[in-house]
Design a protein around this ligand. Structure first.
Ligand SMILES: NC(=O)c1ccc[n+]([C@@H]2O[C@H](COP(=O)([O-])OP(=O)(O)OC[C@H]3O[C@@H](n4cnc5c(N)ncnc54)[C@H](OP(=O)(O)O)[C@@H]3O)[C@@H](O)[C@H]2O)c1
Length: 291
């Protein structure tokens, strides 16, 4: 029987993976920080081995756990490094010892500008802040520890779960008379549900159909700024809150972010036929899930 083991339990992607697995009756076990705190450095390898013991028939192990607070990472470098680099490598290594492949989720923030066409997997990485730097080092650690790896870089994740750009915009859009949103950072809005369904589809593929091990991008096909995305969210949600364009320098976030980080997902699509639907379609799906 196909089964999934996911590191991350209550994160927006981990929850979406569990939903996508349930939709196709695949067993999905989530390992959250209450069961295994990836920040606790001592005996991590032994505790990972214990989690993976008896899981040799598992089709896929997905690491959806990460330190994702991009701004806070600038002042909590050690925690970001432990979670995004050391623990990612340790999970990959434990999978290798258990004879299992690893699917590791990474980020568009491994890139920086200047650029105006979506980044592909062969483009040179150059992260700007602590989050992107620790995620890129995590990719290297995962790849070194286990040759049977898929590293999937994604971007600008949106879902109905609290704490992402969509839910924040909807909350502020109903509280305020207008909003100022950054228009000089451009990326690929991506639904956690599209990514989750893709991961579940990969788990269902036979070894023959599965793409070769390596790095892949999976993100939405529409490229836009945060300000444009805010307008699109309000339009789909039926809110008329006006959005004023501002530049990132005026917003003054602690962490530097890439001016252009849209991802080209063509490599995975060519290898598997799997792709992400247009932004309006996935926004409508997420808004429906909120109802
Ligand atoms: N959010 C984005 O826009 C975005 C963009 C590009 C790439 N990504 C990548 O996509 C992946 C999923 O992101 P997300 O948005 O779903 O993140 P999220 O909602 O912030 O969830 C983070 C996950 O990490 C787990 N975690 C955090 N600290 C932990 C610890 N000390 N020990 C064990 N687990 C811990 C959490 O576990 P619990 O469930 O137990 O709390 C949670 O499941 C990450 O690799 C992220 O880097 C995200």
């Amino acid at each position: 029987m196909t089964s999934l083991l996911v590191f991350g339990a209550n994160g927006q992607l981990a929850r979406s993976i569990a939903q996508a697995a349930e939709e196709v009756s695949i067993e999905c076990e989530r390992v959250g920080r209450d069961r295994l705190d990836l920040l606790a450095e001592t005996t991590l390898d032994e505790r990972l081995d214990a989690v993976l013991a008896g899981k040799s028939s598992c089709r896929m192990v997905i690491n959806a756990a990460a330190y994702t607070q991009v701004d806070r990472a600038e002042s909590e470098q050690a925690q970001a490094y432990q979670l995004n680099t050391t623990a990612a490598g340790a999970i990959s290594s434990a999978c290798e010892r258990a004879g299992l492949p690893i699917v590791h989720i990474s980020t568009d923030f491994v890139f920086s500008g200047p650029r105006n066409t979506p980044w592909s997997e062969t483009d040179t990485t150059a992260p700007l802040g602590v989050y992107g730097t620790t995620k890129l080092a995590g990719e290297t650690a995962v790849a070194r520890a286990n040759p049977r790896h898929l590293i999937i870089r994604t971007a600008w994740l949106l879902s109905e779960f609290p704490g992402n750009f969509l839910t924040t915009m909807l909350r502020l859009g109903t509280q305020r008379t207008s909003l100022s949103v950054v228009n000089d950072q451009v990326g690929s809005p991506t639904s956690t549900h599209e990514l989750a369904r893709t991961l579940v589809s990969l788990a269902q593929m036979s070894e023959y159909d599965c793409p070769p091990w390596g790095v892949y991008h999976f993100a939405g096909p529409d490229t836009m700024s945060w300000a444009e995305l805010a307008r699109r969210i309000f339009q789909r949600a039926g809110l008329d809150t006006p959005v004023q364009d501002i530049v990132a320098a005026d917003y003054g976030a602690p962490a530097p972010r890439p001016a252009f980080s849209a991802l080209d997902s063509g490599k995975l699509q060519r290898a598997t036929g799997l792709s992400h639907r247009p932004v309006d379609v996935v926004l409508d799906e997420i808004l429906q899930r909120r109802d």
